[in-house]
Design a protein around this ligand. Structure first.
Ligand code: TRP
Length: 335
């Protein structure tokens, strides 16, 4: 029986935060340890170029994110761990898919629509600052997914649309040319989907409301203290459903601990106490990975070696798939 191929990527921009950890890294690392799963985890460094044009930042973030995944327990012997730009077949496939993806489909992508709306609100030309990279990004993401014929794609809610587009593109290709692609499915974790940031909105580097993943314990404590709460005093019942403190707690707690804190909120736990417990909980899970992370950051050549081995192991598969695709669309040897 073929094992389920579970694939996810993380854009290598910025410094990893708790939202990345809860939404993408931890579920993917957990999945990679399941016997019946064939895990593909990659650094989406081509995606990073869409928004970042600072070479030093691109390089630094890529290393930080590679080290984060390894430090978070990824077993690179079992899982396929690689860098997108080390698999040239991804970009080759991306072009062939681009020629078969409807522009109208891309017009509907949330990220692109948001950028256009932003321009309209600012009375700018609707295309202002929008590159073809931003516009075509769902096609590149489709290539990431389809090159290894992934079944399941664990993502945050904001990415579901892109996985559905990949599915559309695959379906259309299969119909028009040859049954080559597996139709992928987005998978969103139950309690974790999207972590809230300091201000209660989605935790995102673009909102500047993140909690850095591997800062010092002091920094973690400081961030947690900054989480927005209301003015209710200790002893006054608090609504866990409306609290970012409880939401982050839930992402780290066991079912029992979650239920216990829920009751404590209703029983009027003070914000200071709730935040203190939140710090202990999160720091308890992060202490060991944090140490491994700093060791890896000090030895980038070691991280490079792991990634090279990952790409080498996968390229026979990506090359074989691309061969099929080229043949299907008519790019064939004359001989
Ligand atoms: N676009 C995704 C994000 O910003 C990252 C990503 C790139 C990805 N390629 C992917 C995720 C393929 C899943 C599958 O979060």
């Amino acid at each position: 029986m073929t094992r389920r191929r579970v694939l996810t990527g993380i854009t290598t921009s910025g410094t990893p935060h708790l939202g990345n950890y809860v939404g993408a890294i931890r579920p993917a690392v957990d999945a990679s340890r399941e016997a019946e799963v064939d895990a593909y985890l990659f650094l989406a460094d081509y995606h990073a170029l869409i928004k970042c044009h600072d070479p030093a930042a691109v390089a630094q973030s890529s290393l930080e994110i590679a080290a984060t995944w390894l430090a978070s327990g990824l077993d690179a012997e079992r899982a396929h761990f690689y860098r997108q730009s080390d698999i040239p077949e991804v970009t080759e496939l991306s072009w062939i898919l681009t020629c078969n993806a409807a522009k109208g489909l891309m017009n509907r992508a949330h990220a692109y629509k948001a950028a256009v709306q932003h321009n309209r609100d600012a009375n700018e030309d609707p295309d202002f600052g929008i590159t073809m990279g931003l516009f075509s990004y769902p096609v590149l993401m489709a290539a990431d997914i389809l090159i290894f014929n992934a079944h399941d794609v664990p993502v945050g809610r904001d990415q579901i649309q892109h996985v559905e587009m990949a599915r559309d593109i695959a379906q259309r290709f299969n119909h028009n040319f040859a049954e080559i692609f597996t139709l992928p499915k987005a998978v969103v974790g139950e309690h974790v989907a999207v972590l809230q940031g300091l201000d209660g909105r989605k935790m995102s580097k673009s909102y500047g409301n993140t909690i850095p993943l591997f800062g010092t314990p002091k920094q973690l404590q400081k961030s947690i203290n900054k989480i927005k709460t209301n003015l209710l005093e200790p002893g006054e019942p608090k609504n866990p459903e409306e609290s970012t403190v409880f939401q982050i707690w839930s992402a780290f707690a066991s079912d029992n601990e979650r239920a216990r804190m829920y009751a404590d909120f209703e029983g009027g736990i003070g914000w200071g106490e709730a935040k203190k417990q939140l710090f202990e909980l999160v720091n308890g899970e992060l202490a060991e990975p944090r140490e491994r992370y700093h060791e890896l950051m000090a030895k980038p050549a070691q991280v490079e070696e792991v990634l090279q081995a990952g790409a080498e192991r996968l390229r026979p598969t990506s090359k074989a798939l691309l061969e099929q695709v080229r043949d299907a669309v008519g790019l064939r040897s004359y001989a």
